[in-house]
Design a protein around this ligand. Structure first.
Ligand code: FES
Length: 135
């Protein structure tokens, strides 16, 4: 192969590699993995299946979410604001607890026991056809 042929091959190989790299995420965009956002909305579960005092966890594909029915339906980012563990709902005490370092949050997500100092983030949701949907 002469010098010009080598450079042509190198150029076309580089362009083909760049084009393949740019198109590689396309299948995941067109067909998202199961349980991850379809379109822009994530269905977390049935609101009617949640008894008063109950909770369930879901995932938006970006963050864990905990949905609680405590009179009202509320949804929070289940990521503890101390160091990122996932919080649980204590139905008997009606508080969120983090088992990593013992933080507790009230039903509004406000910290009541350290080491966490910031509240749990609220997650906006809709009820559609009896399901809880994160837009
Ligand atoms: S990560 Fe939750 S208390 Fe530390």
């Amino acid at each position: 192969m002469d010098r010009r042929g080598f450079l042509d091959t190198l150029l076309w190989t580089s362009l083909a590699g760049a084009a393949l790299s740019a198109l590689a995420p396309l299948p995941w965009y067109l067909v998202p993995p199961k349980g991850v956002m379809r379109g822009r909305r994530v269905r977390l579960g049935k609101a009617s299946a949640l008894a008063d005092g109950g909770a369930f966890k879901g995932h938006t594909g970006v963050k864990p979410v905990i949905v609680v029915r405590d009179g009202l339906l509320r949804a929070f980012d289940a990521t503890c604001t101390h160091a990122g563990c996932t919080v649980d709902w204590d139905a008997a005490a009606r508080i969120f607890t983090c088992h990593c370092h013992g933080a507790q949050f009230d039903r509004e997500g406000k910290p009541t026991k350290g080491p966490a100092k910031e509240p749990l983030a609220r997650v906006d949701f809709l009820e559609e056809g009896g399901e809880i949907v994160v837009p």
